[in-house]
Design a protein around this ligand. Sequence first.
Ligand SMILES: C[S@@+](CC[C@H](N)C(=O)[O-])C[C@H]1O[C@@H](n2cnc3c(N)ncnc32)[C@H](O)[C@@H]1O
Length: 311
Amino acid sequence: MEFVEIQSLIQENAIKLREEFDPFSDAVLYTGDTLGLLAQIPDETVQLVVTSPPYNIGKEYERRIPLDEYLAHQEKVIGEAARITKASGSICWQVGNYIENGEITPLDILLYPIFHKTGLKLRNRIVWHFGHGLHARKRFSGRYEVILWFTKSDDYVFNLDAVRVPQKYPGKKHFKGPRKGQLSGNPLGKNPSDVWDIPNVKANHPEKTIHPAQFPVELVERLVLALTDPGDWVVDPFMGVGSTLIAALLHGRKAAGADIVEEYVRIARERIALLARGELKLRPMGKPIYQPPERSKEPPAGLFDGVENVG
Ligand SMILES: C[S@@+](CC[C@H](N)C(=O)[O-])C[C@H]1O[C@@H](n2cnc3c(N)ncnc32)[C@H](O)[C@@H]1O
C-alpha cells in the first residue's frame, strides 16, 4: 500500500494519503469500482457521502448500458452509501438528465424511489443553476442540474450559520412594532436557499482539468460546511479528479473517493499535493458571478447611418 505524506499549509499538519481505506489516514484515493472502496468502510463511519455519478450518457469514462442495469448499479452504491453513513449524516446525489434519442429523463426522478426505499429522508432538492452549456436547437438549453440531499434520520447535522450569504439589504430595519429600529435580517447573513447560482467548470474556469464533467469545488464546500463538522469523513463514490476531496480537506475534514479511470485518480492526487502546498487554483467560495456590462443605451456608431428620420 502506498503511503504519501504531504505538508498541509492549510492545517500545518501532514495529510496522510492512502490508496485503501484507513481510518487513521486523512485522505483515500481508491482506483477501481466504487463498490470496492465502499466495502472497506465500516458501518456508520461517514458524516457525508456526496457525489455526481455517471449519467449513463456515453461520456468518455462510461460505457452506455441498459437503463435498468445502470439503476441496479446505482441501487447497490446507494445501499452501501446508506450503510457507511452515520445516523446524523447526509447523502447528496448531484444529477442531470439521462438523454435518449433527444428525449430527456431527469435522473433524480428515476433515483428518488431508490433512496426512499432505502429509508433515506429528502431534505432539499437543490437547483444548481449555471450559465454555460450546449445550445439546444430542438428544446430550451439546459442550465440547471439538481442535488438531492437526504439524511439518514431526523436528528442530523445542519450548520446553517456556516453557509449564510450576505443579505440583499444588510442595513434594513423594522419600521414599526416592538422591534422598530432593529435590524430585520440576521446580521450573519441569510439562508442561501435551495437555488444555487454557481459557475460550472468550463474551459476558462480556474479549476478546469481534462475531466469532461467536473463539478466546482465551491458547490461541495457549501455542503461540507453545512452538513459536517471538522474531522468528519466525507466520501465521494465517483470522485473524478477529486473535487469533493479538495473541498473536504480545505475545511479540515477527512476524505475518501474512488474512480475507475487511473488518469483521473492521478490528477486528483496531483491536485491534493498542490492544495497542500497552497498552489491549487480555486474559484473562491461566494465570489460574485461575472455580469456582462449593461447594454449601452447609445447605439453603436454608424448603426443608423443612412436612415432618415421620418417622424
Ligand atoms: C460525473 S463524473 C464525477 C466528476 C467529479 N465530480 C469531479 O468533480 O471530478 C463521474 C465519474 O465516475 C467515474 N466512474 C464511472 N463508473 C465508476 C465506477 N463503477 N466506480 C468508480 N468510478 C466510476 C467516472 O470515471 C467519472 O470520473
